[in-house]
Design a protein around this ligand. Structure first.
Ligand code: FES
Length: 190
C-alpha cells in the first residue's frame, strides 16, 4: 500500500512520539532472586533504563493477577513480574504456580484487547545482574514500541468467576501460609 506525503508525515510524527515516550513500568521482583539481581546490576554498574518502579515481593507466586490489572488501571504502561528460575524458588513451587496463573492472565488480557508485550514475565537469579539489566532494556523497548497504554481495562467489568480462577491457586496451595511461616522463622532467627 502506497502512502501519500501526508500519510508519511503522520507516520513520522507517530514514530517520533513513540521514541520520545518514556513508559512507566511496574516491576514486581521476587525478594530472593530478581531483587538481588537488580542489586547486583547496580553493584556491577550494568546500566538499564530508569523506567521501572520496583515493588519487592516475597515470591513471584505471591503476585496476585489483580495487582497487575490494578497497575495497568492506575496508569502503568507495562508490568514486569520477575522471580527465581523454575526449580530455584525459595518456597519450592511458588514460581510454578505463578507460571500457571500468568498463563491464564495472558489469555484474559488478550481477551480484553491488551497488546502483547505490555505484561511480561521473566526469571532472573540473584547472580544475574547483567541479565537483569538486559531484561529491563528489552521490556522497556517493547513497551516503548507499543506507546502509552490506553487504560482500556478501566472500562471493563471482569467477571467474578474469572477473578476467582485467577486468585484460587494461592488458596489451593497454601503458599501464603507457608510464606508467613518462613518469615516468622526468619524473624525468630534474628
Ligand atoms: Fe523467588 Fe519464589 S522465592 S520466585
Amino acid at each position: 500500500m502506497k502512502l501519500g506525503k501526508e500519510g508519511n508525515m503522520v507516520n513520522q510524527e507517530q514514530n517520533q512520539q513513540k521514541e520520545e515516550f518514556e513508559p512507566k513500568i511496574v516491576a514486581f521482583l521476587c525478594n530472593w532472586c530478581s531483587y538481588a539481581g537488580a542489586d547486583l546490576a547496580g553493584i556491577g554498574r550494568y546500566q538499564y533504563p530508569p523506567n521501572i518502579r520496583v515493588i519487592r515481593v516475597p515470591c513471584s507466586g505471591r503476585v496476585d493477577p489483580l495487582y497487575i490489572l490494578k497497575a495497568l488501571q492506575n496508569g502503568a504502561d507495562g508490568v514486569l513480574v520477575s522471580g527465581c528460575h523454575p526449580g530455584d524458588c525459595h518456597y519450592l513451587e511458588g514460581n510454578y504456580f505463578a507460571r500457571r496463573k500468568f498463563a491464564v492472565l495472558k489469555n484474559l488480557l488478550e481477551y480484553l484487547g491488551l497488546e502483547e508485550g505490555r505484561v511480561q514475565f521473566s526469571w532472573v537469579s540473584a547472580a544475574e545482574g547483567e541479565r537483569f539489566s538486559q531484561v529491563i532494556k528489552e521490556v522497556t523497548d517493547s513497551v516503548k514500541k507499543l506507546g502509552p497504554a490506553k487504560k482500556m481495562i478501566k472500562s471493563l467489568d471482569i467477571p467474578e468467576d474469572i477473578l476467582n480462577l485467577l486468585t484460587r491457586e494461592d488458596e489451593k496451595t497454601g503458599l501464603a501460609s507457608s510464606m508467613e511461616h518462613t518469615m516468622q522463622d526468619n524473624k525468630g532467627k534474628k
